[in-house]
Design a protein around this ligand. Structure first.
Ligand SMILES: [Zn+2]
Length: 306
């Protein structure tokens, strides 16, 4: 009798649980691979798609029909925000016509808007170039901000799927534990990078430099969003004569031509850093690998410089 009873309860419970669980996996659209990677940490069962790769400039993306179709099916998008995708995401949202991912809905998640941003400017006009007035959006290079974004994204997942709240909290706890341990190890490992002066391309690594104490003394871009010009590069050669910098850095989505030219003129080492996660490369398969690889490369470049 008792056994039958518990069996009946088990059946009832199964029915209840299957009613509560979604009919299909949560569909997540990430604008950039770093957010696809974070989403995978926090919602490993979800169906996750990244609109761009680490080799594409996330500022400039074509609103292709395939992207529109992906966003149309999404329950949630995870994008940088703070104007990074201003040239393409609004067009995708409009054409996808999916009410779940309209701004202000739970399905619209902007990572940079969950954290304090660096370089927030008051007034911005076109003469300043393609500047990010609302603050630097390249926040995935700040490990503490990654933690804040992970917490905010978990809250959002719970709003969308309250039945899975407990599971999402467990996944967050597991991620934070592993990430915080790594963050401390990385900081210790990279301590010799503190005070290193670099010329970099755009403000793509602003948060990485801020974290590790690297100083960006020049930018290959004459103005944000504008490609390097010969006159501007000449000024970076003069800068090196007055105040030698140790490294020239560009990101995996940027053209290395200007960086290599400047390197040849100044004798300064040049380094192409990975900008984001690359699921096809073992070393860069997730955010952990991305950070480790960047730190290893920076340390090797500085050590080689002597
Ligand atoms: Zn930018």
């Amino acid at each position: 009798m008792v056994r039958t009873c518990s069996k009946m309860w088990a059946v009832a419970l199964t029915v209840l649980l299957s009613a509560a669980a979604p009919a299909r996996a949560l569909n997540i659209f990430a604008c950039e691979p770093e957010w696809a990677s974070l989403a995978k940490e926090l919602a490993p069962e979800a169906d996750i798609y990244s609109a761009t790769t680490a080799y594409q400039d996330p500022h400039y993306v074509q609103a292709r029909p395939s992207l529109i179709a992906k966003l149309r099916r999404a329950d949630l998008f995870v994008c940088s925000g703070s104007e990074l995708e201003i040239g393409w995401l609004p067009a995708l949202q409009m054409r996808a016509n999916n009410s779940k991912v309209r701004d202000g809905q739970p399905g619209a998640f902007y990572a940079a808007e969950q954290v304090e941003r660096l370089d927030v400017l008051g007034k911005v006009d076109r003469s300043m170039g393609d500047v990010h007035g609302g603050g630097n959006p390249h926040v995935h290079w700040s490990p503490t901000r990654i933690e804040q974004i992970a917490k905010a994204l978990t809250q959002r997942l719970i709003v969308i799927e309250p039945a899975n709240a407990e599971r999402y909290q467990q996944q967050l706890a597991s991620f934070l534990q592993r990430w915080q341990t790594q963050r401390e190890q990385w900081a210790a490992q990279a301590s010799s990078l503190n005070g290193v002066q670099v010329v970099s391309y755009h403000t793509s690594y602003r948060y990485l430099y801020d974290w590790l104490g690297i100083e960006q003394v020049g930018d290959l871009e004459p103005k944000p969003g504008l490609p390097p010009t010969s006159g501007h590069l000449a000024s970076l050669v003069s800068l090196h004569k007055q105040k030698p910098y140790q490294l020239i850095i560009y990101a995996s989505y940027q053209d290395g031509k200007a960086a290599n030219w400047l390197s040849s003129k100044t004798g300064t080492a040049v380094l192409g850093l990975p900008y984001s996660v690359d699921p096809n490369k073992e070393q860069l398969v997730d955010l952990f690998g991305l950070y480790q690889t960047a730190i290893d490369q920076l340390l090797a470049a500085v050590a080689a410089d002597g």
